[in-house]
Design a protein around this ligand. Structure first.
Ligand SMILES: Nc1ncnc2c1ncn2[C@@H]1O[C@H](COP(=O)(O)OP(=O)(O)OP(=O)(O)O)[C@@H](O)[C@H]1O
Length: 314
């Protein structure tokens, strides 16, 4: 495997007052991937990003980015990292172009107006280049944040809740922009509590809660390993009991004998393939059915199952 672009070991952060926001976090990020860090409010996502971007001073552990130890060689690493924070805190009276130009110079890059034009055009902000940021819509302000983060051409980009509170259309637009960055070879770490976002975008998913990483895996592997398939089969005639050939499947009889409910793992051997075998067994046993409805659990179901429904909606 390639050397990871980011390598975190034993990272711990205890805030003054005693809140342990990160608790012995180990994480490796691969070059070119989109990694989604998924967790409920207060899980430690922003603290983790802050520690890598030099905004939060860790209490313990090490962080290496592009082979540079952050504690010793911060500037060299930071120059290759971009951060899109949750909110714009400064620059309100600056024009879009001046704010992005300022960001370009922050980490030692030379002023490159052509590159700034390219970034602003790519984010549909070129028409607004001479507008003060305070006069922009919320969606445009978010795009300014992305433009600022891209101005010094980072190879690793953090997006902290990139689509929190934005409408569906804008969210899809953001996803397209993030996908385009990946195409250009940028490694992306995004935090979100929209599971749909992780499901749509991520190559790998890490689940964090209470400052601890509970699980890291390829999104597809996670869905396959932890996912389930449910099928509801409406029968033509009520059944008093399940014949043995049917009872061998993970099924239950419901709806006063008029309905079969299948629940199985969605991984290899289970899921749709097993439901197909079940329907064959029904036909062989002479049990007729009128409808079949099958669906796989989503990443959301898995997430809720892991964390508990209350926490996810918190
Ligand atoms: N500056 C601070 N001082 C003290 N405690 C803090 C500080 N910043 C964060 N915390 C606490 O650390 C924990 C983790 O917070 P963090 O903002 O990293 O979580 P998060 O996963 O980003 O949450 P959200 O999804 O709500 O943004 C929380 O309990 C929070 O209250």
């Amino acid at each position: 495997m390639h050397e990871p672009v980011l390598s975190i070991r034993g990272l711990t952060k205890t805030y003054r007052g005693g809140t342990r926001a990160l608790d012995n976090v180990d994480l490796d990020i691969r070059k070119g991937e989109i990694f989604a860090l998924l967790g409920p409010n207060g899980a430690g996502k922003t603290t983790l990003i802050g520690a890598v971007c030099g905004l939060v001073r860790p209490t313990g552990g090490t962080i290496a980015a592009f082979g540079h130890d952050l504690a010793r060689d911060w500037r060299a690493a930071r120059a290759r990292i971009g951060l899109v924070p949750q909110e714009l805190s400064t620059d309100m009276f600056e024009t879009v172009r001046r704010a992005v130009t300022y960001s370009q110079g922050l980490f030692g890059k030379r002023h490159d107006p052509a590159r700034i034009e390219e970034i602003l055009r790519g984010l549909s902000l070129w028409d607004k280049r001479d507008t003060q940021i305070r006069a922009l819509s919320g969606g445009m302000k978010r795009r300014v944040l992305i433009a600022k983060a891209l101005a010094h051409e980072p190879e690793l980009l953090f997006l902290d809740e990139p689509t929190a509170g934005v409408d569906v259309e804008l969210r899809k637009g953001m996803w397209d922009q993030i996908a385009a960055l990946k195409e250009r070879g940028v490694t992306i770490i995004l935090t979100t509590h929209y599971i749909e976002e992780a499901e749509e975008m991520a190559d790998r998913v890490g689940i964090i809660r209470g400052g601890r990483i509970l699980m890291v895996d390829e999104k597809h592997a996670m869905m396959e390993r932890l996912g389930t398939t449910e099928a509801v089969i409406d029968l033509s005639e009520p059944l008093a009991a399940l014949p043995p050939a049917i009872a061998a499947f993970p099924v239950e009889l419901a709806g006063e004998g008029m309905r079969l409910v299948y629940r199985g793992g969605s991984g290899a051997g289970g899921g749709a393939a097993e439901v197909a075998r079940l329907t064959q067994a029904l036909t062989r046993t002479g049990i007729a059915y009128t409808s079949l409805d099958i669906h796989d659990s989503s990443l959301e179901d898995i997430f809720v199952g892991l964390l508990g429904a209350q926490e996810v909606s918190a």
